[in-house]
Write a protein that binds this ligand. Structure first.
Ligand SMILES: [Zn+2]
Length: 396
């Protein structure tokens, strides 16, 4: 039997073509509600004839760390990507972390391609495709920057980066690739525009999952095995008045220590801030005085960890996080200074992620898979379970 190894894990060669789908921001309740409403018959079928699990994603529960964990099979302590944005101590500057130079290992997708598999990666946003396609001998493109040939293949115009259609483009591209080039392995990664705006069970959310359902059913009909998971969950982050519930941590620290004594980094920061205003439930802080206890006593803060504690608990690269890691509670986000957040793009009450309260995500397979007993299931076990554990009889 042919085996492919990547980052200390082994994967069996696929028996049938496999599509792994990462639904951005898919809190498990989105699928529950869509199935309950009867608009997601294929999801319902996967639950009855396949396997439906819940798994823990990586904290910070952000897009890039989790997508990279899924395609490498390992936590950020190994692959190095622990946010969209960080303070680079070597450069002495706050920089985006979406350059492949920050990756510390290869992907299992590239390993399969090197072993002769036909591999295709389609993402919604362009920021991810460079990381996911790192050293990949195969197809890799984003819906956001789709070229003419891709648009012709998919048969859909390039959608706005802030739209449900950006995710639909990803799924339509996956189906068209399956129909025309039939890759052995596909990784399809959507965007959480809808999830940032619409709660589970709302019309907009159910429409989105009905759309996903149609494309998944199509991939299934084309003979693909399907594994579906999420990069992170999503929660309401506002009060009864509809305004965001924010701890402006830089303002708090400036008040305690004086300006310029602490640096709050929000790893959610990216060029696409319209739907979340750069507000999430995870921050790292560089500072010279020990105010760990004082921060943990602030209302809305769930936990404050030192660098070493956070690196151990969340499996993060210690050299890319601050002296402290601060996580807020389910309905609260962390900001820097109030003046630095442009919330004018928030047309709905804020929904966001980043914390431990967004760690539970779905992990659903079109086939029966057996989870090894006593094992903590992670979203980055998706390829392992789909390739190694499908059709394996569960140990008694
Ligand atoms: Zn995401």
């Amino acid at each position: 039997m042919k085996i492919v190894s990547a980052n200390g894990r082994s994967y069996r060669w696929m028996e049938r073509p496999l599509a792994v789908v990462c639904v951005d921001g898919c809190e498990p309740a989105y699928i529950d509600e869509a199935v309950r409403a009867g608009v997601a018959p294929f999801f319902a079928r996967m639950r009855s004839t396949g396997t439906a699990l819940e798994a823990d994603c990586v904290v910070p529960s952000f897009t890039n760390p989790n997508n990279l964990s899924i395609v490498t099979g390992v936590p950020p302590s190994v692959h190095g990507i622990c946010g969209n944005y960080f303070y680079d101590p070597d450069a002495g500057a706050e920089v985006m972390m979406n350059d492949p130079k920050y990756l510390r290992c290869g992907t299992l997708l590239a390993a399969f391609a090197d072993a002769g598999a036909q591999v295709a990666v389609v993402t919604a946003k362009d920021k991810l495709s460079r990381l996911l396609g790192h050293q990949l001998k195969g197809t890799c493109f984003s819906a956001e920057k789709a070229d003419t040939a891709t648009v012709e293949l998919v048969g859909m115009p390039v959608p706005s980066v802030y739209s449900a259609e950006l995710s639909e483009f990803v799924m339509a591209a996956g189906v068209r690739l399956a129909e025309t080039r039939r890759p052995d392995l596909m990784y399809l990664s959507t965007t959480d525009y809808v999830q940032h705006k619409a709660a589970p069970g709302t019309a907009a959310a159910n429409d989105f999952y009905a759309m996903m359902d149609r494309y998944l059913a199509r991939l299934d009909a084309l003979g693909y095995d399907i594994a579906l998971t999420a990069d992170h969950g999503m929660n309401a982050k506002h009060g009864a008045d509809g305004l965001p519930s924010v701890v402006y941590l830089q303002d708090v620290l400036d008040g305690w220590l004086g300006a310029g004594r602490a640096r709050v980094i929000l790893p959610i920061t990216d060029p696409y801030v319209v739907h979340h205003g750069a507000l999430g439930s995870f921050a790292t802080v560089y500072l010279s005085e020990d105010v760990k206890k004082k921060i943990s006593e602030l209302q809305g803060i769930e936990v404050v960890l030192t660098r070493d504690e956070a690196a151990r608990r969340f499996e993060l690269p210690a050299d890319r996080i601050g002296d402290l890691v601060v996580v807020s509670t389910r309905h609260v986000v962390i900001g820097t200074s109030k003046a630095r957040h442009d919330l004018s793009g928030l047309t709905e009450p804020l929904r966001s992620h980043g914390g431990i309260t967004e760690q539970r995500v779905p992990l659903v397979f079109s086939r029966k898979v057996a989870v090894e007993p006593g094992r903590r299931v992670r979203n980055f076990d998706a390829f392992h379970l789909a390739l190694n554990q499908a059709g394996v009889r569960a140990a008694a």
